[in-house]
Design a protein around this ligand. Structure first.
Ligand code: AMP
Length: 142
């Protein structure tokens, strides 16, 4: 299965925030939406970074609550690893494991079309493995 199959089920909605926003507004957004990361976009709507709860903890540990008044550029990760809808789920799992992150934005010709989290990927992977096991059982008992 590929990333497009996950997006077909979960939808293409991505929560984004401007890079000029404050860390405080990102914290409020993550809390209200009950999500762990937000994609940061520039003036032209392109992806310029990603901010996860881990970054926020790091910023507060380093600079205290004063970090909450800073703009996101000081805290976000600017080198964003992305994937496309054709990428296989196993490959995205490998990317997340080796990069030690849990979110990957999905781009189609440079346009943001979705985001997959480790939860989405693991859930789909388990469903795939269970489906294969059922098919094998049916084959063996036939
Ligand atoms: P996470 O596990 O997603 O909460 O993120 C852990 C760290 O990796 C944080 O510093 C994030 O900013 C960063 N990060 C998360 N997703 C990505 C990504 N797709 N590409 C690059 N860095 C990321």
């Amino acid at each position: 299965m590929n990333v497009g199959a996950i997006l077909k089920v979960k939808g293409h909605n991505v929560v984004t925030i401007s890079r000029d926003a404050t860390l405080q507004s990102a914290v409020t957004m993550l809390a209200n939406k009950k999500i762990g990361a937000v994609v940061v976009i520039g003036e032209d709507g392109g992806v310029v970074g990603i901010l996860s709860e881990r970054d926020i903890i790091g910023a507060i540990a380093a600079r205290g609550v004063a970090a909450l008044s800073e703009t996101l550029t000081q805290t976000m990760t600017a080198e964003v690893v992305t994937c496309d809808e054709q990428e296989q789920i196993d490959s995205v799992m490998e990317t997340m494991t080796s990069g030690r992150f849990r979110h990957v934005p999905v781009l189609n010709s440079g346009q943001l079309v979705g985001i997959v989290s480790i939860g989405d990927v693991v859930k789909t992977h388990i469903a795939e493995v269970e489906h294969e096991a059922e098919a094998l059982k049916a084959y063996l008992s036939s």
